[in-house]
Ligand binder design. Structure first.
Ligand code: ATP
Length: 230
């Protein structure tokens, strides 16, 4: 099967800290992959190493079939990334920010921009610095979606958000998930299990589990039956 993300024994050391320990990760195209693990497990390091924003200590990664060391502005167009502490230009209004983004990539979709503005109720005239945390995340997500990425990577997008805002963001994502691969990290499986097709569990830089949600749910049912039968 062709993978949106494929890594081979990816490791990353920061001085004495081994943040990633031989990560072999396969994210099928078209999946919604929940990348779960406690704080400090190495999720951000994994994402940034996969995107070659940090150099791996050893190992390699492929993103949408290309070696991540060869990621260029051209093939980066197909990848959306919203980082954990996404920095938006605080001094701009929401509209100015989108005006700034529009010419950056060929895949800008004006109709989708209008749709996202409506759906997320984005306030065009407000300065980014005046926005709530939830609204900033909506702006960040819209700014990634509007380029119709084939792969969208979201690093802990829901941390600290009101459940209602989280639901709105999830709906916005699901409405556009068709044909897209979504890779979303979280320290809380409950935040994302309802809509993920796959789940990976990272602990101390190691992938402890990577499975389809349906298979996991089936196994869980079997275990329950065994316990109930005892
Ligand atoms: P969180 O949800 O808290 O961001 P995470 O799962 O994303 O956690 P990372 O941020 O990747 O985990 O951190 C993994 C480990 O690497 C942690 O022990 C962290 O302290 C360490 N680490 C991360 N970045 C650096 C850095 N630039 N220099 C030194 N150590 C780092």
């Amino acid at each position: 099967m062709s993978m949106a993300i494929h890594t081979e024994r990816l490791t990353k050391r920061y001085g004495g800290t081994e943040a990633l320990r031989g990560l072999d990760l396969d994210v099928p195209r078209g999946s919604i992959y929940a990348f779960v693990g406690p704080n400090g497990a190495g999720k951000t390091t994994a994402i940034q190493t996969i995107l070659n924003l940090r150099q791996p200590t050893t190992g390699r990664a492929e993103v949408m079939g290309a070696d991540s060391r060869a990621l260029t502005h051209e093939n980066f167009q197909h990848i959306g990334y919203v980082s954990e502490n996404q920095r938006l230009p605080e001094w701009m209004t929401v509209e100015e920010f989108f005006d700034y983004l529009r010419p950056l990539y060929k895949t800008w979709d004006a109709d989708l921009h209008a749709e996202l503005r409506r759906q997320f109720d984005l306030p065009p005239g407000r300065k980014v610095k005046q926005l709530s945390r939830g609204m900033k995340m909506k702006v960040a997500l819209a700014s990634a979606l509007v380029f119709r990425p084939q792969l969208l990577i979201l690093d802990e997008p829901f941390t600290g958000l009101d459940p209602l805002v989280r639901e709105e963001l999830i709906q916005g994502l699901l409405d556009r998930a068709e044909g897209m691969t979504i890779f979303v990290s979280s320290h809380d499986l409950a935040e994302i299990e309802s809509f993920a097709s796959h789940v990976g569990y990272l602990e101390q830089g190691r992938l402890r589990l990577s499975e389809e949600m349906a298979v996991l749910a089936e196994r869980f049912r079997e275990v329950q039956v065994v316990f109930e039968g005892e």
